[in-house]
Write a protein that binds this ligand. Structure first.
Ligand code: 2P0
Length: 358
């Protein structure tokens, strides 16, 4: 029996951000969050092979072998043990993963990568998990990854239980619900961030006096933004999205020592989007920023060309990428990154073509 599977997963961009854990080992958040899974414009492809012949687990990321003894990597790959336990196997795994987007795009791809790993590893091990169980596995690799195991608009329920069994992702609406929605990404800085999300959010919980106010406003926000999405009310959705992004960046700034992810270009983008909306007489574009200065500007297809033009005119915008909402992970029959025996099958990402065999 073949114990190999290959999956392509895509990032998700949150409109209600995840920032803070109630349990750092099980990766349980202090509050719920909500995102859209992007289409395959940005993706990560991962192949997992299990074999009784392998003597140790191996991980190859973009062609480079990673150290699985490294503390953070070991934590993120703890899901492999869980998969082996559930499948009743002891085989070691070989994992190869390749980012299918421009390296200068400035994306940390942990969400897509961990979602692809959870899907590919469980399939390769012979497990047939439902979306909820896959999201719980992906969550153990990276919190936000649990939202990338399904397409469309996805909620990560915070849950209350100590064992994390009620902290999983659920689809709020499929990609087909709002096909006009676009995310126009303006890359202003492609460098690795100075403060990782993992350590930054821990520091925020410890030190920010504003953080409890953020946690208490999230349930109301979740209710209102889900209603705006269900009725495809862009102005309401856009305002909530922008205000929520600023709320998260406010508690980051209120952290001690302060965490500042936005830069002057991010601010230029915010002002330009506000002016764009003022000129239109209503909100037609809405920015959000993750743990970095790059802008994700949600808008609709009729506005996308103008929004691109507006962003292009801003000094410091290095690259613009437009994504639609996607359908979630795809299981590939061809295009494996590893042979059944674990030998690498060389692939690379070529801009405009995607991931191709070399
Ligand atoms: C989000 N971020 O909701 C927010 C917005 C960053 C800002 O999810 O520690 O990389 O692996 O659970 O998932 C980043 O957090 O952190 C994140 P871990 P993760 O997209």
């Amino acid at each position: 029996m073949s114990m190999r599977a290959t999956v392509e997963a895509t990032p998700n961009i949150a409109v209600v951000k995840y920032w803070g854990k109630r349990d750092e080992t099980l990766i349980l958040p202090t509050h719920s969050s909500l995102s859209f899974t992007m289409d395959e414009t940005l993706c990560t492809r991962t192949t997992v092979v299990f074999s009784p012949k392998f003597r140790q687990d191996e991980l190859w990321l973009n062609g480079q072998q990673m150290d699985l003894q490294d503390k953070e990597t070991a934590e993120r790959f703890g899901m492999l043990e869980l998969i082996r336990k559930q499948a009743g196997i002891r085989h070691k795994a070989k994992i190869a993963s390749l980012n299918g987007f421009p390296t200068a795009a400035g994306f940390a791809s942990s969400a897509a990568g961990m979602a692809a790993l959870a899907c590919a590893a469980s399939k390769a091990a012979g497990l047939d998990l439902n979306a909820k169980d896959l999201s719980i596995l992906a969550r153990l690799g990276s919190g936000s990854a649990c939202r990338s195991v399904m397409g469309g608009c996805v909620e990560w329920k915070a849950g209350k239980k100590a064992d994390g069994s009620d902290s999983y992702a659920e689809q709020v609406a499929p990609a087909s619900h709002w096909p006009e929605l676009r995310n126009v990404i303006a890359v202003v800085d492609a460098k690795k961030k100075k403060v990782s999300s993992r350590s930054g959010m821990k520091q925020t919980i410890r030190t920010s006096a504003l953080y409890p106010a953020r946690v208490s406003y999230i349930p109301v926000l979740m209710r209102d933004i889900k209603a705006a999405i269900q009725s495809k009310d862009f102005p309401a959705f856009g305002e909530l999205t922008m205000r929520e992004a600023m709320n998260m960046h406010a508690v980051m700034l209120d952290t001690w020592p302060p965490i500042v992810y936005l830069n002057d270009y991010s601010k230029e983008i915010m002002y330009a989007v506000n002016e764009y909306n003022q000129a239109a007489g209503k909100i037609k574009a809405a920015y959000t920023f993750d743990a970095g200065p790059n802008a994700h500007v949600y808008t609709t297809d009729d506005q996308a060309a103008n929004v691109r033009k507006m962003l292009q005119s801003i000094d410091g915008v290095k690259k613009i990428i437009t994504c639609k909402v996607g359908n979630g992970p795809q299981y590939l029959k061809n295009g494996h990154l590893l042979e059944e025996d674990g030998t690498a099958i060389a692939h690379q990402y070529v801009e405009g073509k995607g991931i191709v065999k070399t």
